[in-house]
Design a protein around this ligand. Structure first.
Ligand code: SER
Length: 577
């Protein structure tokens, strides 16, 4: 069974059983408390807590998805038989409908009837109970219908209570499902809200969160010895040099998949948060000097874009190559320095990272015995210490004042500021559209920050803009203002928006229904189902925006700045006339 068939069979199975199929959400979650999406349930947190209504958003109480996920927790294991950083999770979820019995029956049916796995290879674990949460007898009894008692083990809180995803959130008793000795699925029965202080409060309704490791399932169904032999990785091997050790080739394949998805979801290399994770992955590739690394990424886009249309080959290649070039200049000096050191502790490792950009993994790998006592915990502590120092400095600088609007991108302290920010926000959409018209589609938003005084827009582009180009961009925005274009908003599913090629970016939140803002000359009423003509800009965005571009005023670019790593920044203002 090919991985494509596996995807279809899984989704069909749950569609037939009353589930709405929901597309994967971005790797950048709609949840500021976590850096990256680590599980299928992440986009559904608020349906478990009752903050959102699944019937309203999905028309069903149960949903199923195939979610791209990223975990750094297993990064040191990557290269063995079954661990990855980037992976896919087949999931089904219920918000107050079915519970343990149905979930366990379906899991067994899938394993034996659909995936044709011999019953004697299957085992499960259930929560044994402790002073706070009782023994999960309901799960035990449901499994006992199918498995002999020696293949239902009772486990501890560490293995059999799952969650929360992030500092707080829904959590509950979990069953782990094994084929031979490999865990292939986790069934979580959400019953509590786990607060930051670890206290548990019952949720308003019970929920189900099941996640299957897609690559592991493919390995078992395809009868392979490890995940890297499945058809999910097979097309990549011919592009990876045989001079490299098998484990190294696996690390590169894993990291290249992760890099592709992170970049396509808008992450750019930086020294913090998700950008830092991306940078570490790219730099680890840099050390192996893979000839023609582009072909690995092209193979990834070719193989996965059928399911993940957002994969953006142009952005992947340009971001990776720029970061590789940049890294190569410093890496050799860093490696030379590392050669000279006799013993590398966390302090020296931090110095190698800070001054030469060598990530922990590389220091460990190249340093070998010199770094044998260096642990990730100590390194992270050292890193945390330095971050605390710079964060304290930043907080002092900004002070704390109340804001009327603070989306992270837009900030306004009063009604009057809000009006200015709204005008600049629409102007920023026009700016992005104008940049793409003048400089090409390689321009993608990397971030923006808008206050009542100015807009600050960061985008991918690898050289300084000429004065002439800047003027052209500015003129084009002012032309759109002078044409008095209408700004229209349409709501549609995230999937529909992505498929229609709408621009969507870093830190963009992806609720199931998204808003798309279009600016242009509309021939017909959109609500009458007729399409607009002559569209100047079209973006997935949360608003707020002006109704007509004439409200923006005269647009003026005040400055361009380099940001490194193929990124540039433009600052601009809009003066009402
Ligand atoms: N949330 C569970 C996991 O991450 C099941 O989806 O394993």
């Amino acid at each position: 069974m090919s991985s494509g068939e596996l995807r279809n069979k899984f989704l069909e199975f749950f569609e037939k059983r009353g589930h709405k199929i929901v597309p994967s959400s971005s790797l950048i979650p709609d949840d500021p408390s976590v850096l990256l999406t680590t599980a299928g349930m992440q986009q559904f947190k608020k349906y478990y807590t009752g903050e959102a209504d699944p019937i309203k958003d999905f028309g069903a109480q149960n949903v199923a998805s195939i979610q791209k996920s990223f975990r750094t927790s297993d990064i040191d294991e990557v290269g063995d038989e079954s661990h990855l950083t980037f992976f896919e999770m087949l999931g089904h979820f219920s918000f107050g409908d079915y519970f343990k019995k149905e979930t366990i029956e379906w899991t067994y049916e899938l394993l034996t009837d659909v995936f044709r796995i011999a019953p004697e290879r299957i085992s499960a674990t259930v929560f044994a109970g402790d002073e706070k949460i009782p023994f999960d007898k309901e799960s035990y009894d449901a499994w006992a219908e199918f498995l002999p008692s020696e293949r239902i083990r009772k486990g501890s809180r560490a293995d059999n209570i799952w969650g929360p995803a992030g500092p707080e959130g829904p959590c509950g008793a979990a069953n782990e499902v094994y084929v031979d000795n490999l865990e292939v699925a986790t069934l979580v029965f959400m019953e509590y809200f786990c607060a930051k202080d670890q206290s548990l409060t019952p949720l308003p309704q019970k929920g189900v969160d099941v996640g299957w490791g897609f690559e592991r399932l493919a390995m078992i169904v395809q009868g392979k010895k490890n995940i890297f032999e499945t058809d999910l990785f097979e097309p990549l091997w011919r592009f990876l040099p045989t001079r490299l050790a098998e484990k190294t080739r696996r690390v590169i394949a894993d990291h290249a998949r992760g890099i592709s998805s992170l970049i396509s979801d808008g992450v750019r290399p930086s020294n913090k948060e998700a950008g830092y994770i991306l940078r570490r992955l790219i730099r680890r590739l840099a050390v192996y000097k893979v000839e023609n690394i582009d072909s690995v990424f092209k193979a990834i886009v070719e193989n996965y874009s059928g399911f993940y249309p957002e994969l953006d080959q142009g952005a992947i290649l340009s971001v990776v190559n720029l970061e590789l070039e940049k890294f190569n200049e410093t890496v050799y000096r860093g490696l030379e320095k590392l050669e000279k050191l006799e013993k590398i502790d966390a302090g020296l490792a931090f110095m190698l990272y800070e001054s030469y950009g060598l990530p922990y993994e590389i220091i460990k790998e190249i340093g070998q015995t010199k770094a044998e006592y260096l642990t990730r915990d100590d390194f992270d502590k050292e890193l945390g210490l330095h971050r605390e120092i710079s964060r304290a400095g930043a907080e002092k600088k900004f002070g704390g004042h109340g804001l009327l609007l603070d989306t992270g991108e837009l900030k306004a302290a009063s009604e009057e500021e809000l009006k200015k920010v709204t005008r600049l926000h629409t102007a920023t959409h026009l700016l992005q559209a104008a940049l793409r018209k003048v400089l090409g589609d390689g321009v993608r938003q990397a971030g923006s920050d808008i206050t009542a005084e100015r807009t600050r827009f960061d985008f991918t582009f690898d050289r300084k803009l000429t004065d002439e180009e800047l003027k052209k961009v500015e003129n084009l925005v002012n032309w759109a203002v002078s044409r008095k274009f209408d700004v229209r908003m349409q709501e549609m599913s995230y999937e529909e928006a992505v498929r229609s090629g709408v621009l969507h970016f870093f830190k963009e939140k992806y609720p199931p229904t998204v808003k798309v803002y279009s600016v242009g000359d509309f021939k017909a009423d959109l609500s009458a189902g007729e399409g607009p003509t002559d569209i100047f800009s079209r973006e997935l965005c949360g608003g707020p925006h002006v109704k007509n571009t004439s409200e923006i005023g005269r647009f003026k670019i005040s400055k361009q700045e380099p940001l490194g790593s193929g990124l540039r920044r433009i600052r601009a203002t809009a003066i009402q006339i």
